[in-house]
Design a protein around this ligand. Structure first.
Ligand code: SF4
Length: 285
């Protein structure tokens, strides 16, 4: 391994990820602004014939840079009705802008590690995470060796890591919901759902929240994605933030039946907004 170079770690299911493309129920090509990096913009702007007109109509360039002009129902203009990407179909994956080629992967450099992962707003990732029950393990790309998340956390200064990675439902569910209510909602359905949950909690109509290996995995993965915040927010806040996140999912599961969609939806609302993550971390400090 090259000296001074961060060790690249990734969850052991990382290599099994496959985009569901046309079979995806929650395509990431809908509802998100899609920025176009400079190199890809150049490629798009050099297309000729009918593609030139198509690209001119599909791209907006403003003060924040270039991005695709979404349709009225917030779809990428190149998302076909059958769920496939018109650009991939015409030119192959190399024609994708960086953000589309990267998603749903993420990378963070923390200490001497480069931490890679797959975001939980993708339904295929939620299913991969929850298909197994043991502690989250990470594979080092350079050595091929595996380490558990608790060992990684210990090496980064988190005390009682093993204990902290077992999910215990939050005691104050009203407080947890109040924190979520302060975040910027992704859509109206999110706000309406929060109101329903608040009413159920207020009416005492909530059965005991589930826990166990399935919820431990969720907790561990949320902690893994949040490691980058430990230095500024502190480990207790990161662990509490993750515990509240999983408590939200467990509350949904308890009231509506177990469904990975509850985790995906939480992630979509929280983990893709720096403001929302910061707000929740500050709320539990
Ligand atoms: S959400 Fe995941 S499975 Fe669905 S289109 Fe995006 S990357 Fe593929």
């Amino acid at each position: 391994m090259e000296e001074g170079k961060p060790r690249h770690l990734q969850p052991d299911f990382y290599g099994r990820f496959r985009c569901r493309a046309s079979a995806c129920r929650h395509s990431c090509c809908k509802g998100w602004e899609i920025d176009i990096d400079e190199n890809t913009l150049e490629l798009y702007q050099n297309l000729s014939g009918s593609w030139k007109d198509k690209m001119d109509a599909a791209i907006v360039c403003d003060d924040s840079g270039a991005h695709f002009r979404l349709t009225e129902d917030e779809r990428c203009p190149f998302l076909r009705e059958d769920g496939l990407c018109e650009l991939i179909c015409a030119f192959g994956e190399d024609a994708l802008c960086d953000i589309c080629a990267l998603h749903p992967r993420f990378y963070e450099v923390v200490d001497s590690y480069e931490l890679a992962g797959l975001g939980l707003s993708c339904e295929a990732v939620c299913d991969l995470l929850l298909a197994e029950e043991g502690e989250l393990t990470l594979r080092c790309e350079e050595t091929g060796k595996k380490i558990t998340l608790s060992l990684l956390l210990k090496s980064l200064g988190c005390k009682n890591a093993e204990e902290a990675l077992r999910f215990i439902p939050a005691e104050d569910l009203s407080g947890m919901l109040l924190h979520l209510e302060r975040t910027e909602p992704i859509d109206e359905a999110w706000t309406e759902n929060l109101c329903r949950l608040r009413e159920a909690v207020k009416a005492g109509a909530v059965p005991a929240l589930p826990n166990g290996p399935r919820y431990d995995r969720m907790l561990q993965y949320i902690v893994y994605r949040s490691i980058e915040h430990a230095e500024s927010a502190g480990w207790p806040a990161v662990l509490c933030y993750a515990r509240e996140g999983v408590s939200f999912v467990a509350l949904q599961d308890a009231l509506c039946g177990e469904d990975p969609e509850h985790l995906r939806r939480w992630s979509e609302q929280i983990e893709y907004s720096t403001e929302n993550v910061d707000l929740l971390l500050n709320a539990v400090k």
